[in-house]
Design a binder for this molecule. Structure first.
Ligand SMILES: [Zn+2]
Length: 300
């Protein structure tokens, strides 16, 4: 089996919608479209590494290409040759122990943004502070990225808070605009920089698992009570979708990328100009390689 022939682990971050809204210019296109036009570092280093083939990981001895998913380190590629990304918020990924690490795209995030990404293996997960952490997972009470900060603020201020969705409807509140008017942020929010802008959000949790295992993690009591956030409908372009699962279930690295893009626009209120595109550095390369191989084999 080639190292590129990875199975898929998906992140259930969008609700499974059978109809897709018509306003989504960056969503719901043909499956190959979302990866076009990204601002990516050169893939030349990966092409060269691919030509050399698999190498032994210096730490565990495993045969790997590009990186070792067990040791979380690069193999046959030097750190200077891959992009290093600073994220505006900490990301925690919870992965299921029964899956082999090679199937996961979570490792891409850890390698490309090492200081901001932590991977936990279920059931070893930390206690999360309910009013500072959100879980990206769809559900009836889930809110959009746009409404997320206001909902967290409501939680930290109200001892008897109404469900966020209800409050948002009745008061017509909207995300960052109102968050910046919050008295705790005051007028010095700009001076305080990024941290105050996204106050009170400290961490964002993603679940990295096959579908069958996802519910077990998402219903864990340590994740109960976290504000759930769902992404607007976007389609995956992962090369091996799980049989029978809709294409709105994203690969974990896709989910993180789309979350951050929304976060940048709606919570930081800044125009997005490719800041986190390199999170898809490995993913887009593998996507191209696998599609090319499929075409050659006459499968697509
Ligand atoms: Zn290793």
């Amino acid at each position: 089996m080639s190292s590129l022939d990875q199975d898929q682990r998906l992140s259930p971050c969008c609700r499974d919608k059978t109809t897709v809204s018509s306003d989504s210019s960056d969503a719901a296109g043909p499956a190959s479209t979302p990866l076009q036009g990204l601002k990516l570092a050169s893939h030349a280093v990966l092409e060269e590494a691919q030509e050399r083939g698999r190498l032994k990981c210096s730490k565990c001895g495993g045969s790997r290409m590009f990186f070792c998913y067990t040791c979380c380190s690069l193999v046959g590629v030097s750190p200077q040759e891959v992009p290093l990304i600073k994220l505006p918020v900490k990301i925690d990924i919870i992965k299921h122990p029964n899956e082999t690490d090679g199937k996961s795209t979570a490792i891409h995030a850890k390698i490309l943004a090492p200081s901001d990404v932590t991977i936990y293996t279920y059931p070893c997960i930390p206690e999360f502070e309910k009013d500072k952490v959100v879980l990206v997972f769809p559900g009836p009470g889930a809110v959009s990225v746009q409404d997320m900060l206001q909902c967290l603020l409501d939680r930290s201020h109200d001892s008897f808070y109404e469900p966020c969705t209800k409050r948002l409807k009745t008061e017509g509140l909207q995300g960052a605009t109102h968050a910046s008017k919050n008295p705790e942020l005051g007028t010095s929010s700009e001076a305080k920089g990024l941290e105050s802008k996204v106050y009170p959000l400290q961490r964002v949790v993603f679940i990295d698992s096959t579908w069958n295992q996802t519910n077990k993690i998402s219903t864990d009591e340590r994740l109960q009570g976290l504000l759930q956030v769902e992404l607007k409908t976007r389609k995956t372009c992962f090369w091996r979708r799980q049989k029978g699962k809709p294409d709105t279930y994203l690969a974990t690295i896709e989910a993180i990328y789309y979350f951050l893009k929304d976060f940048h626009e709606h919570c930081l209120a800044q125009e997005y100009s490719g800041e986190y595109d390199n999170l898809l550095f490995f993913y887009s390369f593998l996507h191209t390689v696998i599609n090319k191989a499929k075409r050659l084999a006459g499968k697509i």
